[in-house]
Design a protein around this ligand. Structure first.
Ligand code: SF4
Length: 406
């Protein structure tokens, strides 16, 4: 059965074929402009609201919710109809909010250091499952405006292009989110980058690079064996040329793996000609890849080296290491992650910081479970224990600086 945000206008018109024609627009506006469930569309007759509640069910069943900073940062683990688990992260700022959404249940890209990749691929998310994550965030962010959407959660967005792109168009055209405030991440799926460049919709592109030579990237990011750096760089150049949007590279700093002076030089040689911004993230360790993230002084040194080489670079924060806050870790444990204090990396200023760091957890953690069959709601329960840490997604699936610009 299609869910509320899976149906398109034509399908909605079929569902409402016995109703006055204007009902289609009313319901569509309710879902996308007001962002409410049918039961709250009080302009509709009660019997129609009840019918719509059955015809347009929610896709996401709340499973676990963690929050931090008095609720300013929230991480949800959602159960889907087939038992798959996905994660969504909302970051609230004083006058706006950003959401990071998943695009697949699991991931087939098998990046060496990623909890989601270590768990394997389950399936693509549907359009409705992607859009509803944003709808939930819109509601939970109120009274703030949800200004930014980043597709950097679980999964490789461009491997699910046929569902991701219609979802993005719904967000831009129907929900009213600016394309310039939507960021699509990729680990380097070159055909997807070229398709994205051809859409004519100026979303941002964030490429998870992590290594700037093929030998090392083949190890860290196996998709590189299929689309090596020269083809990836060509696709990035085409994207920048055709869209005039700024490109960002994500770089998870791994101690003694990709944090040396030679790595910075190689990275600069790729990033500078493209005018790409580099986001540096000390790696969050995962059980399947027991290495260390780079130490803070090494991270700062790497950033400074990039700056001297003419590359704009920013250090990102890490959060929630102790509570599986990185992308895929909560889902990998089926939501049974243990509570603890939020890990935090000290941000340093010279490269320019983002508000993302301000939302990092500084409190103890708590986990709230909701039983199966709980009526879905587009609002976050105020009764939930607060003062828990949530996480930004894992290393390379981080928010780029531009994603946080209001
Ligand atoms: S880092 Fe991203 S693309 Fe790589 S395995 Fe994890 S979710 Fe997939």
């Amino acid at each position: 059965m299609p869910t509320a945000y899976d149906v398109d206008r034509e399908q909605l018109a079929v569902l409402l074929s016995g109703e006055p024609a204007y009902r289609v627009q009313q319901v569509w506006d309710g879902l996308y402009r007001r962002v409410v469930w049918p039961e709250a569309m009080t302009e509709l007759p009660a019997r129609l609201r009840a019918d719509l509640g059955e015809w347009l069910p929610a896709a996401l069943q709340p499973s676990v919710e963690r929050s931090a900073d008095g609720g300013d940062t929230v991480k949800w683990l959602w159960g889907l109809h087939d038992g798959a688990l996905i994660e969504t992260v909302l970051m609230r700022y004083p006058d706006r909010a950003t959401v990071c959404v998943s695009t697949q249940a699991g991931c087939a890209m098998a990046c060496q250091f990623c909890a989601t990749g270590q768990g394997g691929f389950r399936r693509h998310l549907s359009v409705g499952e992607i859009v509803e994550q944003v709808a939930r965030a819109v509601a939970a962010a109120r009274p703030r405006r949800l200004s930014n959407v980043v597709l950097m959660g679980m999964g490789e967005p461009l491997a699910n292009f046929d569902r991701v792109w219609p979802a993005v168009l719904r967000l831009v055209r129907d929900m009213g989110i600016s394309a310039r405030h939507v960021t699509v991440s990729t680990v380097g799926v070159v055909p997807g980058i070229r398709r994205l460049a051809g859409t004519g919709v100026p979303v941002n592109l964030a490429v998870s690079l992590h290594a700037a030579n093929d030998e090392r990237r083949d190890q860290l990011v196996p998709i590189n064996r299929r689309y090596p750096l020269n083809t990836l760089v060509d696709a990035c150049a085409e994207y920048v040329h055709r869209t005039s949007r700024r490109l960002s590279f994500e770089w998870a700093l791994i101690a003694d793996v990709n944090d040396g002076a030679a790595d910075a030089v190689e990275l600069a040689a790729i990033a500078r000609p493209l005018g790409a911004h580099v986001n540096l993230i000390p790696l969050n360790p995962t059980p399947g890849y027991p290495v260390r993230g780079s130490q803070p002084d090494v991270v700062r040194g790497f950033r400074d080296r990039l700056l001297r080489l003419g590359v704009n670079a920013t250090i990102r924060s890490t959060r929630g290491v102790e509570i599986d806050a990185a992308c895929g870790q909560l889902a990998a444990r089926g939501g049974s992650g243990t509570a603890g204090a939020g890990g935090r990396y000290e941000n340093t200023g010279a490269g320019g910081e983002s508000g993302d760091a301000d939302a990092a957890g500084r409190h103890g953690a708590a986990v709230t479970r909701r039983g199966p069959g709980t009526r879905p709601s587009l609002s976050v329960s105020a009764a939930l224990p607060v003062a828990a840490i949530t996480g930004n997604p894992q290393q390379e699936h981080r928010l780029g600086e531009q994603d946080l610009v209001p």
